[in-house]
Structures are given as structure tokens and as C-alpha cells.
Write a protein that binds this ligand. Sequence first.
Ligand SMILES: NC(=O)c1ccc[n+]([C@@H]2O[C@H](COP(=O)([O-])OP(=O)(O)OC[C@H]3O[C@@H](n4cnc5c(N)ncnc54)[C@H](O)[C@@H]3O)[C@@H](O)[C@H]2O)c1
Length: 345
Amino acid sequence: MGARHAEAIKNAPNTRLVATMDPDERLARELAGEAFYTTRVEELLARDDVDAVLIATPNHLHDVIGIQAARAGKHIVVEKPMAPTLERADRFLAACHEAGVALSVGYSFRYAPEIRAARRLVEHGVLGRLLSVQLTCYLDKPPSYYGSGYTNRVHSDWRASMEKSGGGVMIMNMSHQLDQIRYILDRDLTRVTSVAGVLDSPAGVEVEDAISVSCEFQGGAIGNFFGTCFARGIDNQIEIRLLGDAGSIVLERPFRFLTLRGMDGVASGRWHAFGKLPKVDVHMTYLAWFADAVFRGKTPELSGQDGRAIQAWLEAMYESARRGRPVTVMPPPELVSPQAAVRRS
Ligand SMILES: NC(=O)c1ccc[n+]([C@@H]2O[C@H](COP(=O)([O-])OP(=O)(O)OC[C@H]3O[C@@H](n4cnc5c(N)ncnc54)[C@H](O)[C@@H]3O)[C@@H](O)[C@H]2O)c1
């Protein structure tokens, strides 16, 4: 993912790649191009020309390197998830607040145009009162995924380890859709009940390859999230359905909605396509928004608090699966207003 982000940093209108770091010198050099590279994080963090860092390491290093970067006064984009556990995510968030640096957690797919459009439809009241949310995620991961991901660029066991990754299909893949759902609806989960298992993965894989979660949202809506890594023949089919008392939104191609409400230019009770959506490089768009917020001394639109909220959903889902009972989603700790705390770069 580091390579894709390096490209996005080069392409965004308001960011510049000034340095890269990887313990593997070859990878650091490849990423850097003309820029400075190092194998030591301290050397990168000591540089005055580095305003912000983007952390795209295995999950268990996100908060460790993030806290180091915050203490060095660098603004931070960290890949999802924020940390392998909620406790570590909270420590990370607190360190950023203390240092007055901006933090954003890389749920960049909320910048997909259909997700922005769905949020606008909800704001316009298309759904009416939210009743139900369904998310299904069908993946067909090859056994090699657990040793080298989808790119085969780096060989490592972190994706198979519960301690290092924090989990399987839910935290690694579906967490993007969790952020999308939370962003579109602007509401949190309150309670979840989950079942998870390792049903068809190579020996040694500790993280779930199937998970089913029943959940309750603020306001009483009921949700159902299901994901699997062994969907033969239907790889990468991911759908979100939002149901309200006045309409439905389906985030599955073709993206569409129906509303019973009278709205300007929208016939009631009929399905409507989202229409022509712009082509968007979500990673570049995300970084441009982040940099813009930092330059203006504002909290990024996709904030550390957002990342923490998704971490709380994930933690409740995994705890419920472990304990075999419903689990309440932990509300965020009291923190100083992030808006006031972010230092302008
Ligand atoms: N947003 C997305 O769509 C998306 C997609 C894939 C992965 N990810 C996330 O990106 C992160 C990286 O995933 P990946 O697939 O690129 O993993 P990867 O294993 O392919 O790459 C990880 C990189 O981190 C480097 N690394 C290891 N230890 C390090 C350290 N101490 N300091 C600095 N670098 C270190 C490795 O050498 C390697 O280059 C994960 O958190 C993953 O969840 C996000």
C-alpha cells in the first residue's frame, strides 16, 4: 500500500514526497524515487522538511510508529485500522492530542463518489427514518494472501496473526465499508452480537475468514453484516443496503435509490440510478483533503476520532465473537477538542 500512497502523494496538488522509510533498504529506495530514503524512522522524523507522515506498515506498528511521529510533532495519516486493539487506538489518539498534531485514519474509500452521493441522499431525507442496514462482503482470498498479500511485494506473516493484524476479513477488508456506513448515516453502532470462525484458510491462520454480526444503531435501526474470504466465483462482491420507512439506497452496481417522499425532480416510488458519477482517485483525493486541513489548522474531515469510532465497532464485534454474547460499543474517551488542538503546518 505504501507504493500506492507514494504515487498519490506525488499526484496530489498540495503534497510532495520528501522522504521514505522502510527497514528493507531496497523498498525504501524504490518508493523514494528522487526523494530521500532511510531505514531508520528516527532519521525520517528528525527532518524539518517533513510536515506529515503516512504510515502504511503492518497493523501492529501503526500506533507504535504513530506515537513516535506525534511526539516528533508530525501530522499523521495512518493506514486502517488505527491499531490492532481499541486500547492502543485510544493511546494513539491521546498522544496526537497531546502533541497537537492532526491524525487521520486511511478509510479513503469514503471519498468514492457513490458514497458522497449516498450521504447527500440521506441528508435530503430519501430514507426517512432509518430502519435497517445490510452489508455483505464476498471475497475469495488465495492461500498466498496470508504470506504476501495481493501484491506479492513483501513476504511476511502479519496478516495471519491475530496479534499483529487484529483480525481477518472484518478488520482487514470490511472496516472500509463500516466507515462508509458510518459516514453516510452519521450515526454509530451501540451494540453487536457476532459469530466468527476460521473455516477454510491455510494452516496457521488465526484470523477469521467468515464473520456474521447482528447490530443495533443509535436510533434503533438493526443491521446485519456478513463477510467471507472463501466465496468461490464471487470474489470482491461487496454490497451495502440502507432501508428506511420512506425509501431504500442500494450500493451495488448500478447504484440506485427509491423514495416515497416528494422531492424535486425525483419521481416517488420508483428506482433511480445515481446518474453519472465522476471518476475519482480516492487515495489522492483523500490525501489532498488531509493536507488542506493541515495547512488551514483544521481537524481533517476523516479524523482520528472517526478511526477510533470504527475501532470501537471492531473491538465490540471481536469481543462478542470471543465471548458468545452481545457487547456494547465503547463510547470515545473525553479529549480536548481536536479542532482547537491541531497545529497549523
Ligand atoms: N486502504 C487500503 O485499501 C489498503 C489496502 C491494502 C493494505 N492496507 C493497509 O496498509 C498497511 C500495509 O499493508 P500492505 O499490504 O502494504 O503490507 P505489506 O506487508 O505488503 O507492506 C508493509 C510494509 O511495511 C514495511 N515495514 C515493516 N516493518 C516496518 C517498520 N518497523 N517501519 C517501517 N516500515 C515497516 C515492510 O517492509 C513493507 O514494505 C496495512 O495496515 C493494511 O491494513 C490498506
